[in-house]
Design a protein around this ligand. Structure first.
Ligand SMILES: Cc1cc2nc3c(=O)[nH]c(=O)nc-3n(C[C@H](O)[C@H](O)[C@H](O)COP(=O)(O)OP(=O)(O)OC[C@H]3O[C@@H](n4cnc5c(N)ncnc54)[C@H](O)[C@@H]3O)c2cc1C
Length: 383
């Protein structure tokens, strides 16, 4: 007879890792199951860095979650003596003056008591002469926001879970069958996982893991992340000289050079539909050319910077960008946690906390996260 856990968490990305950690803190025994293993290169959580910022337009729900998560990330990193897994670079939102979403972000930041500065065009140019913003730009600066060392941070959370007794299984689970109460979950290798509760945190594979419920409702999109090498001896693009920045109008964002990897540049617009198992992860010349054109425009000193690295990953989008965190409609002991939609990483701690609380105490599901609101037609609302 195999061991029965309080909870089996399927998927060891950032959502699964933090869910497991919160469940363990609540006293649960946890099995973590991942088909490729924690930190695998195909998972959405495996990049070098991810932005954590609080500005979310009028979507105060995500502002508050990011605020709560930043506190938890920092406390966790301090507890493992790795404070530099969070880099307090500050985050600079560059936007056209009068931009509606920026005005909404400002109102939300004020309402939530989040520190920020507003920079007019002249101040922006004075403070960051290495940036050449479009005419008529302004910026919001969130000085307490920054970057998470994503892959290392996820692995650190997983290591804590394992150290505290979680069991790791490398296995691919099959979709659950039946209804009512799920007794056991079958794996592709012919084994079974037994638990009182199950959480599917399968990222871009959610539609495949739960085809009856999410088939056609998770849209993995190809996202290319490029690293350009600053000129020798030029410190203007290094950590400390430049914050993380986002260009709202053009949908590009980037990081200063961290650990010598290069100046990171990526486009937040959704790329084409992809399969996370078989996606060709080599960068495409057309995307590199588009990014280089933007780079030369916005950061003229990097116009001829060589491409020194690239990663190709995928977002796991819901129809509108809201997370899907809900109980499985056919099983009262199965939960779904996913749909990070290109902005989920930062929220790992708050998502894990939310799921753990639902399993322990039940409680209503936040309507924004409900399965019922997720359509099979994409119309992105959350950025
Ligand atoms: C290029 C890029 C940039 C991003 N930038 C940011 C950012 O700056 N800030 C931000 O907050 N967010 C960002 N995101 C989004 C964020 O990274 C994701 O939303 C988040 O990492 C998703 O985590 P997850 O745990 O849901 O999924 P994943 O990390 O993909 O984990 C899912 C895991 O489930 C496992 N799995 C799947 N199916 C099965 C199965 N049947 N059996 C067993 N295991 C299974 C997989 O192997 C995988 O390890 C970005 C994403 C990308 C791709």
């Amino acid at each position: 007879m195999s061991e029965t856990f309080d909870v089996a968490v399927i998927g060891a990305g950032v959502f699964g890792a933090w869910t497991a950690l919160h469940l363990q803190r609540a006293g649960c025994s946890v099995a973590l199951v991942d088909q490729y293993g924690p930190g695998n290169a195909r998972s959405s959580s495996s990049g070098q860095t991810r932005v954590i910022r609080m500005a979310y337009g009028a979507d105060a729900i995500y502002t508050r979650m990011a605020q709560r998560s930043l506190t938890q990330w920092r406390e966790f990193f301090a507890s493992i003596d790795q404070p530099r897994l969070f880099l307090a670079t500050g985050v600079l939102w560059i936007a056209p003056e009068g931009d509606r979403r920026t005005e909404q972000s400002l109102a939300t930041l004020r309402a939530c008591g989040i520190a920020h500065d507003v920079l007019g065009a002249r101040e922006l140019a004075q403070r960051y002469p290495q940036i050449a913003p479009a005419a008529g730009s302004m910026a919001i600066c969130e000085p307490q926001a920054g970057g998470l060392m994503a892959k290392r941070a996820t692995q650190a959370v997983l290591e804590r879970c394992l150290r505290d007794g979680a069991r790791l299984r490398i296995a691919k689970t099959l979709p659950p069958t039946g209804d009512g109460r799920l007794q056991a979950l079958a794996t592709a290798a012919g084994g079974h996982i037994h638990a009182d509760h199950y959480v599917f945190a399968c990222g871009p594979w959610l539609a495949r893991a739960l085809p009856d419920v999410l088939g056609g409702r998770i849209f993995p999109s190809r996202q290319e992340v490029l690293f350009f090498g600053p000129p020798p001896g030029d410190e203007r693009f290094a950590l400390g000289a430049l914050p993380i920045w986002l260009d709202s109008a053009r949908q590009y964002y980037g990081f200063p050079d961290i650990d010598g990897r290069g100046f990171k540049l990526a486009c937040d617009a959704h790329g084409e539909a992809v399969d996370p198992d078989t996606l060709d992860r080599t960068p495409t010349p057309a995307r590199v050319a588009e990014a280089r054109a933007f780079l030369g425009e916005r950061f003229p000193a990097l116009a001829d910077a060589p491409l020194v690295g690239a990663t190709v990953c995928q977002y796991e989008n819901t129809s509108n960008g809201d997370f899907v965190i809900d109980r499985h409609p056919a099983f009262d002991n199965v939960w779904i946690a996913g749909g990070g939609s290109g902005h989920g990483f930062k929220h790992g701690p708050a998502v894990g906390e939310y799921i753990a609380a639902r399993i322990a105490h039940d409680g209503p599901v936040e309507p924004r996260f409900a399965l019922a609101g997720k359509s099979d037609v994409q119309s992105r609302q959350v950025h």
